[in-house]
Design a protein around this ligand. Structure first.
Ligand SMILES: [Zn+2]
Length: 270
């Protein structure tokens, strides 16, 4: 099997040390979960990472794949002028995916070397370890992917189509669904408080834990929009990729100290 790693990650810029500073300690569980993921990604020797983000170019009717020989992570939008990192794109696999999906799914290509924070935060935290672990050559190549305005079912189906291409590849592939859960957990939450926020997060985590994929894809639209999340469609694509593959879900952490639900989870393969 060529899919060797799969995870759900949150993307608060606070996790970047130069941005989070003293606030970083409030995300201790998430930081520790990220360390576990980093080790796992390294041990599983992922060669290519597909990262699904909510914060790149989001078009209404078409998924977007970002193809570039080189990507730059920078967090200048968050006042951090220091942190920077370069990553290499997997152009070969991206082209293959485009070619085979061309007639089957709405997929557009862009070339944008500067990555959004939805891709940037997880990649900075996870791909860094690969680079530091002596072997430069083990730094994984990446393919950033952005979800779109279509419904959850379309995202799940897109994941199913993508899976076929990933399984046909000789590369060892990791898939990361980047996304935060409700932004409305507390009175001082960025999107204002809603009782539905915590309810949505709890339900989604319960469904993930029990592999109730079809319940996730059918989740109530009103509940989803009241929750004010950004991660569900990333997760729907990942679940499509995992459909039919044997895995065990592991919830590594969930916390929301700033009113936004941060879930970190890994899917373990045999
Ligand atoms: Zn987000």
């Amino acid at each position: 099997m060529s899919i060797v790693f799969a995870a759900i990650t949150p993307h608060p810029p606070i996790l970047i040390p130069a941005i989070g500073k003293e606030n970083l300690s409030k995300l201790k569980n998430t930081s520790e979960a990220y360390q576990e993921l980093e080790e796992s990604l390294y041990v599983r020797e992922a060669e290519t990472i597909i990262i699904i983000s909510p914060h790149g170019l989001i078009s209404s009717g078409s998924f977007t794949m970002n193809l570039s020989p080189e990507f730059i992570l920078s967090f200048e939008d968050f006042g951090d002028l220091v942190t920077k990192m370069k990553l290499v794109g997997d152009i070969g696999l991206a082209y293959k995916i485009r070619e085979s999906l061309e007639t089957k799914a709405p997929l557009q290509l862009i070339s944008e070397p500067n990555l959004d924070h939805g891709s940037g935060v997880p990649l900075f935290l996870l791909a860094q370890g690969l680079k530091n672990a002596n072997f430069q050559r083990r730094q994984a190549k990446i393919i950033p992917l952005y979800y779109c305005g279509l419904d959850l079912e379309a995202h799940f189906q897109f994941g199913q189509l993508l899976k076929k291409e990933l399984l046909a590849s000789k590369n060892r592939i990791g898939v990361i669904a980047s996304g935060d859960l409700s932004h409305r957990l507390t009175k001082d939450a960025p999107a204002g408080y809603s009782r539905q926020g915590a309810k949505f997060d709890k339900k989604l985590i319960e469904y993930l834990k029990n592999k109730k994929t079809s319940e996730i894809i059918k989740m109530n639209e009103k509940l989803i929009s009241d929750a004010g999340e950004c991660g569900l469609k990333s997760i729907a694509i990942l679940l499509g990729i995992l459909d039919g593959i044997k895995y065990e879900p592991r919830i590594l952490s969930y916390e929301g100290p700033f009113g936004v639900g941060y879930l970190t989870a890994e899917f373990i393969f045999d």
